[in-house]
Design a protein around this ligand. Sequence first.
Ligand code: AQP
Length: 323
Amino acid sequence: HMRVLSGIQPTGRPHWGNYFGAIVQYIALQDAEQAYYFIANLHALTTVRDKQLLSQYSLDAAMDLLALGLDPQKAVLFVQSDVPEVSELCWILLTGTPMGLLERCHAYKDKKAKGLAADAGLFAYPVLQAADILAYDSDTVPVGEDQVQHIEVCRDIAGSFNHQYGEVFVLPKAKVLDSSARVPGTDGEKMSKSYNNTLAVFEAANIQKKQIMRIATDSRPMDDPKDPQSDVLYLLYSLVAPESDREEMADLYRRGGFGYGDVKKKLAEAAEAFFAEARSRREDWQSRPDDVRDILASGAAKARQKAGEVLSRSQEASGLKGY
Ligand code: AQP
């Protein structure tokens, strides 16, 4: 009886990290008692400040999820800003959140450490995320490892509200996949749009091949046996290759005497095959934008109903209602 919720920012095209870290889990969990997935356009406002782009990315993100297997008959799919109750809940939560808790959050800390100007929205980002989670009584939040800290913050915020006002909120847990909690990018760092090291899920095969051929590899002699688990190429290959091919490749690494060029070619082929079906479904959704808008509208109506109930509960508990 899980109540699942997760969101993805409409900040551009989804990459393998988004897919194998999070979206795979969305699909696997969509048969849960309740599965809510949303396009986090309010969060994206902290980085995308172009009207055309933000609205385009939002519709794109919905099409991406649908093409990757999200079934709107099973899961509720909606756009974050279509549920204003969450922003109201966010304010209530902000008032009880210690500054120090947010100062420790890595998204904000990293940006500050790089000397970049951070706005109050980025600072408060985890509180809006907490509102998103708590508004639907979610108990399970499928995410990549980079989000685990934010779910802990959500638990802290919900816990102190409950301590103050009684049991209003459900305390959620993050759910990460052991095998793909932190998918490496083409430079070996965490795959991330802001590091420019991504492989996009819906990339044209020929472009993706070029990106893969450019992945930096170590310069150890080709004859040396290598531990597959410590090699970025192998880690990426193991995400998209069928089980038997994966085993074969791991053996090849352990034996040594192979060339990275061959591994890259195999990786490009496996990636193309793995995403081929989703790519063609993506084209189909692309040609039916109004159907996607309908799905989002009906998703938002369902989400508002639930979020409205939880918001009322928190308003009553804190004295905002009943004066
Ligand atoms: N490399 C990754 N490995 C595993 N999971 C990942 N996620 C992101 N990168 C990886 C997970 O994807 C979900 C959506 O996250 P998001 O909306 O924050 O996506 P993003 O902003 O596109 O993630 P990036 O690329 O990491 O962006 P920035 O530039 O912000 O650093 C989340 O569940 C996330 O954990």
